[in-house]
Write a protein of this length. Structure first.
Length: 460
């Protein structure tokens, strides 16, 4: 084993360390997980799992402030938003209890033909088996809850690898899981090197693989899964927003600012591309910029910070390069467009970047909102649908016909009407289509995926 140092992404000061698990440990954990699942006498009854989750929610509630500070300190999410993440994570644990009671089989009618007559049939849902979860840095507690708590709820042994930049929130969560009464063999914390993670994910003992992170890594790992391993992947998108002439601009601008610059744009459904009628695009860009200029950029652990650092200095370099390319290709910088330091980038608004620039064709994952003027709405929808991403989108309008047109025609897993693209509650389906993901997230949906249906047919 070797130690991995965790740093505050704003000043890069060390804040903790974790031990990377070697393959020998993970191999043993998978053997134990397989034995737990195969031998049904080992299964924990639902009431015990519910007791664990109930205790877990209480323990998290009692340590809300500590958990929020940890999120801010290791992940760079401002305290005001980190506190919201903790509240959502606690609610997510409680949602697992509710979802467990609703995750059930059904009676199957058998006498629909003569061949089936004289039989009684029903299905039950059983845990699928060992789960491996790999998570992302940007919501280092709530994403872990979405991947691990459903496994605990339905009775699957789970191994969880957090993002290398943000393992401390996951470690704390797993410690609280043990304190809540779950035996350690049912939930393992396994930070590790990437090659070891690949070996773990692709092992034939894994029944279900949950991944949140980059499309490049997620699709690569899916291509290497052992036969029989099921999976869910959550990647990113470009979050297009369609604005029409009837939009309530006064209420729209704060929503776009929040959706675009929340967590410095490091959100998979962060507002990235705003398509507005050409006659008002300049004004909309200016109003977004005016509010963006008032955002305080700094260390996320400071109370007044609105936008924290990017997760690594290399990300600041990447965002800076993309913005410079867009500017060189004719984009107008309305505000920002500059580094504020090695770890921070100014909230930026660009007007009319060229469609062939990187910033128009890839997920920015940084504090940049691009505004594009259009002549016809069909043109805007065509541009919004032009990339191989399809996650969440939105439309701002007071016109029902326009709203229904966008709901119908935008290639997205969800379309928000008069709200920003980053809206989410934890019980709704949350899914990327096309290259943005595979399967459906959300507590209820993940718990369902981690179980499988078994049919019983009784001859009367």
């Amino acid at each position: 084993m070797h130690k991995h140092t965790v740093v505050n992404p704003f000043d890069l000061s060390p804040i903790g360390e974790v031990l990377f698990a070697p393959w020998a440990d993970i191999d043993a954990y998978l053997d134990i997980a397989t034995k737990l699942h195969k031998e049904r006498a080992n299964w924990l009854p639902a009431y015990q799992r519910i007791e664990v989750l109930d205790q877990l929610a209480g323990l998290m509630k009692a340590q809300e402030a500590e958990l929020a500070f940890l999120i801010a300190n290791e992940g760079g999410k401002p305290l005001v938003d980190a506190r919201i993440e903790v509240a959502r994570a606690i609610d997510g644990v409680k949602l697992c209890i509710k979802a467990l009671g609703e995750n059930k089989g059904q009676q199957i009618p058998m006498d629909l033909t003569q061949a089936g007559a004289g039989r009684l049939a029903f299905s039950v849902r059983e845990p699928i088996g060992p789960v491996v979860a790999i998570s992302a840095f940007n919501h280092p507690l709530n994403l872990i809850v979405h991947q691990v708590a459903p496994a605990i709820a339905c009775g699957c042994p789970v191994l969880v690898k957090p993002a290398g930049d943000t393992p401390l929130s996951c470690l704390k969560f797993v410690e609280l899981v043990y304190e809540a009464g779950l035996p350690q063999e049912w939930c393992r914390f396994v930070p590790c090197e990437n090659d070891v993670a690949t070996q773990m994910v692709t092992d034939p003992r894994v029944a279900f693989f949950s991944f949140i992170g980059s499309g490049r890594v997620g699709w690569m790992l899916r291509s290497k899964l052992a036969p029989g391993t099921r999976c869910a992947l959550e990647h990113g998108g470009v979050a297009p927003v369609i604005v029409d002439e009837t939009a309530d601009i006064a209420s729209m601008i704060p929503a776009l600012v929040k959706g675009g610059f929340y967590h410095s744009g490091q959100v998979c459904v962060s507002v990235q591309k705003v398509f507005a009628p050409r006659s008002i695009a300049d004004d909309i860009a200016s109003q977004i910029a005016e509010q963006a200029e008032n955002l305080i950029v700094g260390n996320a652990i400071e109370e007044l910070t609105d936008c924290g650092p990017l997760i690594r200095p290399a990300e600041v370099e990447r965002v800076s390069n993309w913005v410079e390319e867009a500017k060189q290709s004719g984009a107008q910088t309305i505000t920002g467009g500059t580094r504020l330091g090695d770890t921070t980038y100014a909230p930026t608004v660009l007007l009319n970047p060229a469609q062939d620039t990187t910033i128009s064709r890839q997920e920015i994952f940084g504090p940049v909102v691009c505004v594009y003027g259009y002549e016809q709405m069909n043109e805007a929808i065509k541009q919004a649908n032009a990339l191989p991403f399809a996650f969440q989108a939105s439309v701002f309008t007071q016109n029902l016909k326009v709203a229904t047109k966008c709901i119908h025609e935008l290639e997205a897993a969800a379309v928000m009407v008069n709200d920003h693209t980053a809206f989410r509650v934890d019980w709704m389906p949350f899914a990327g289509h096309q290259t943005s993901g595979y399967g459906v997230g959300g507590i209820d949906y993940t718990l369902h995926d981690m179980t499988q249906e078994k049919l019983a047919v009784i001859k009367l």
